[in-house]
Design a protein. Structure first.
Length: 147
């Protein structure tokens, strides 16, 4: 006659290896999901900082007296905001602000500043899997200088 505890323990002993393998697969899936969330969080944070830098550069140019000064002030202000992101934003390119005629109203001048970051060539977080990430992250801000 066999003891019921012996049968029970032998059945559970056979499942120990399966539990370890299932746990390993579950951990890998959890880790990859977490890595994806962190990656997209960093991309979102960088995009937000670039939007703030472009907007601040455009806003700062409003208080200037001439177009040359507006370009200088816009670029300096955008650079100052990007510097707050730290060394990770070193590869960001702040384009030279462009002053053009606005669409409306007539005779108005507008300043446009663009900031871009080449994510595909210098990602802040390396990719573990071929997940979809942007090649270039960019932000543009336009402000009317005069009317």
């Amino acid at each position: 006659m066999t003891d019921s505890t012996t049968i029970s323990s032998s059945v559970h002993a056979d499942e120990d290896g399966a539990v370890m393998i299932e746990t390993a697969f579950a951990f890998m899936l959890f880790f990859l999901m977490l890595w994806g969330i962190i990656t997209f969080g960093v991309i979102f944070s960088l995009d937000h900082t670039m939007n703030a830098a472009a907007s601040e550069g455009a806003r700062a140019s409003i208080s200037t007296l001439d177009e040359t000064e507006a370009i200088t002030v816009a670029q300096a202000s955008a650079s100052a905001v990007m510097a707050t992101y730290g060394a990770n934003a070193a590869n960001a390119t702040i384009g030279t602000p462009v002053i053009t005629d606005c669409v409306a109203p007539a005779n108005a001048r507008c300043l446009t500043i663009t900031i871009s970051y080449p994510w595909s060539t210098s990602p802040i977080i390396p990719s573990l899997l071929p997940i979809v990430t942007p090649n270039v992250i960019s932000s543009t801000a336009t402000v009317q200088l005069s009317h």
